[in-house]
Design a protein around this ligand. Structure first.
Ligand code: AMP
Ligand code: MG
Length: 419
């Protein structure tokens, strides 16, 4: 799997003023410096948080030589051909070591995880022995050192196990616990305020009148922010009114590190976001040679970063994943990059015109002979939010692509790395 790097190619042959996806991504990244404030939290609460201090081992793991099998611990030098006998002198359980020494010609019964006694370096699986009272007879080929785990074999004292900026996973919780740490030093959470703009929008629970629609962008934004481990500040719906927009943007920028809006960044007569931003901050309005999600505003209001996403629900999600997620991760001090791409056979025909980079919605599935293939979700309109629910990946089509026959190889970005 390769990291996703959109192709830097001829921008938009139809719209020379537009940026490529990667140019826009780079300009965003260039403006962001990671936060430096931190706090301590309990080990459990560190799940999904970004480490401020690396995790460095103060012990070795395993702490002592121990058995990897249920069987008999012996001195490896006692192995003699494929059949030999030893005298059993005791037993070691996990957590209950055998205290004495094991000499040549002797062995002890040992359970998985039990400490190897002094003198022993080898374990014989119990399936390879016959026992007669205290005499243990070993059968079959045995190799000195087998089935013994050595002290420090997993982790040495001083090993850097997780770097600063690493986002803690379930496996990491166990790894940190295995070192005995009950607290972790993490970056502070970043605050993101967001609202939707549009006179036509109503919130769930309200009754729709003619021409009105339910606001869905605030829900997708909430979900995408939560998945990034961010506490979102939901500021509701703001009408297409200059004063309302001005005060919402002011308030949001005072409360949050990042402000995200949807809608109103196009060139329609009620698209006032642009005017307000010119008044309040330094914001660029970009046409990006991509589909969906062409208009995007990015910049700063006071000290807060600002993203003005398009209004169409699919465009909101695509621009969030491709531009906002990497920016929020960088700001939050998160060095974990999970955008991987794979090349797969696409069974559907793909309709596309050259000029823009497209993020079509796709479904990964397993074919009749067990191979993974991809198909499109069908209609690709930027208002068809259902396509995002049905999809489990984006199909990436570069600017030059002008459609594909069924059974062409495509580049796929699975959602499992995004959300
Ligand atoms: P705009 O960019 O404001 O012109 O909006 C583009 C399209 O997206 C219009 O059809 C809007 O009604 C729709 N839209 C804008 N905001 C939302 C929202 N929060 N939820 C659902 N649809 C929206
Ligand atoms: Mg609007």
């Amino acid at each position: 799997m390769a990291e996703f790097i959109p192709q830097e190619s001829c921008a938009d042959i139809h719209e020379p003023n537009s940026l490529t996806v990667s140019q826009a991504q780079q300009q965003i990244i260039d403006l962001i410096a990671p936060i430096t404030t931190w706090e301590k939290c309990s080990l459990r609460d560190s799940l999904d948080r970004n480490l401020h201090l690396p995790i460095i081992s103060t012990i070795q793991v395993p702490a002592h030589n121990n058995s990897a099998m249920d069987g008999y611990a012996i001195q490896g030098a006692d192995i003699s051909g494929t059949q030999f006998s030893l005298k059993k002198i005791g037993t070691a359980f996990a957590g209950h070591p055998y205290e004495g020494e094991v000499n040549s010609g002797e062995c002890i019964r040992i359970m998985t995880g039990a400490m190897m006694p002094d003198g022993c370096d080898t374990v014989i699986m119990q399936e390879h022995v016959e026992i007669d009272n205290k005499t243990v007879t070993v059968h079959g080929l045995q190799i000195q050192g087998q089935h013994a785990r050595l002290a420090g074999e997993d982790i040495q004292t001083g090993d850097v196990l997780l770097k600063e900026g690493h986002q803690v996973t379930p496996a990491d919780l166990g790894l940190i616990a295995s070192l005995g740490f009950s607290e972790v030093t993490v970056k502070r959470k970043i605050r993101v305020a967001f609202f939707s703009t549009g006179d036509e929008l109503r919130s769930v629970g309200q009754i729709l009148e003619a021409g009105q629609i339910y606001d869905s962008n605030r829900y997708t934004l909430y979900g995408m922010l939560k998945r990034l481990g961010i506490e979102p500040i939901d500021m509701g719906v703001v009408t297409d009114d200059k004063d309302a927009l001005r005060s919402a943007l002011q308030l949001a920028s005072e409360q949050a590190d990042v402000v995200i809006t949807s809608g109103g960044v196009s060139v329609g007569d009620a698209d006032y976001v642009k005017e307000m931003l010119e008044e309040l901050g330094q914001v660029n309005f970009w046409k990006i040679a991509m589909k969906p999600g062409r208009p995007l505003a990015f910049g700063k209001i006071n000290d807060a970063l600002f993203f003005g996403l398009p209004g169409n629900p699919v465009s909101v999600m695509v621009t969030f994943y491709q531009f906002v997620t990497p920016a929020l991760k960088l700001l939050a001090g998160n060095i974990t990059r999970r955008y991987n791409t794979i090349q797969l056979n696409c069974v559907s025909p793909i309709r596309k015109r050259p000029g823009r980079f497209e993020f079509q919605r796709g479904v990964l599935f397993t074919n009749a002979v067990g191979q993974t293939e991809v198909k499109t979700t069908g209609e690709q309109g930027s208002g068809i939010l259902r396509s995002m629910s049905t999809a489990n990946c984006f199909i990436l089509l570069d600017e030059n692509c002008d459609g594909l026959e069924p059974n062409s190889t495509v580049t796929v970005q699975p959602f499992s790395g995004l959300i």
